[in-house]
Design a binder for this molecule. Sequence first.
Ligand code: PMP
Length: 445
Amino acid sequence: KSSNLKGYAPICLGLEDFYTRRLYLRIQDCFGRPIASAPDAWFDVVERYSNDSNKTLHRTTKTSKCLNLGSYNYLGFAAADEYCTPRVIESLKKYSASTCSVRVDGGNTKLHVELEELVARFVGKPAAILFGMGYVTNSAIIPALVGKGGLIISDSLNHNSIVNGARGSGATVRVFQHNNPAHLEEVLREQIAGGQPRTHRPWKKIIVIVEGIYSMEGELCKLPEVIAVCKKYKAYTYLDEAHSIGAVGKTGRGVCELLGVDPADVDIMMGTFTKSFGSCGGYIAASKEIIDHLKHICPAHIYATSMSPPAVQQVISAIEVILGEDGSDRGAKKLAQIRENSNFFRSELEKMGFEVLGDNDSPVMPIMLYNPAKMPAFSRECLRQKVAIVTVSFPATPLLLARARICISASHSREDLIKGLEVISKVGDLVGIKYLPVEHEKTTS
Ligand code: PMP
């Protein structure tokens, strides 16, 4: 269908078999190009990231430089940093870019051991293990923890890496309604013989998997309630902190710190280094017994090349800054700034009449577009005005719940945020996505 946004109206071209063997609508713009390859779409090639803590991007297409409201660079560490960068360069000289070896055979540098100890201390668990990629951390660790005869109960909006890990584990998988501890309890009761807590049950092991901040919802996990249910039914808790570790909590220790949960009450803590720490890789933190078990049996630990040493050094240095162990208060300032920036941006969007998902303090802020046809129009118009924003729909969300997902960083200045808000407001009017009534100031008579 055409619309008044000439050139931007996408059309849906029937149903296709996706790799998951599910059906989906293929969305093309009105020139018949798939959205992903249409000019100026978000998916085009980035020529370079700028030096200003990645708050702006340099792109190869018409927009030469634009405000970046789409990066997971929550604390601004994904750029040259006075403390981290010299240390990363030093580690590159000392160890090179790759160990070219697995951990168990020559790939276990002093840095890897140091980071495992530091991560364990940071998140408040006895031990930790590193992996080269966050995605693999979930997809390889879940099958190493639970298999045939086990039960996984997974939040319905968990990340694809969790879904794949659960599917590949051979365990029975059940899904509970998103962030709904009462439904989690219902599912658990159904799966336990007699429906009574602590009675005989057919499962060797039960693991409940949740996320700290849901990546497409910007919502905080109802962790205290989830833990209470898990304790009652003797299930293990597995918490993915990809978007929350380093980003929330007074000292950056994630949702446990923010929600007043004792880390001892979470059995398995998973996180990635690709967001708040400006690096790559992932970790699992847990008891010494669990970590030892994983070190001995997890194929992704035994057969995969270890994390790149400069990437390891980047995380060590970033955590040192966060903890103030660099001798400055930059870490504390970054944490206060991301909180202030996130809460300011969210409340301004809401005042403008956008439907914004998620909770206060969360730097992830989805603005609902609903109709996937509005995605390319929204992102291209923002980009034309030099603001880069990620838009998402199926398969990352249900098809008709398309959204623009803003990620706020401590490195955004107030001027950046105001510019972003102005552009989003204009484009919101253009594509028609302001749904909520705007409260006008009451006038006194
Ligand atoms: N878990 C969650 C919740 C994620 O959002 C992501 C990716 N954004 C991952 C795991 C995978 O992490 P990585 O990108 O570091 O591989």
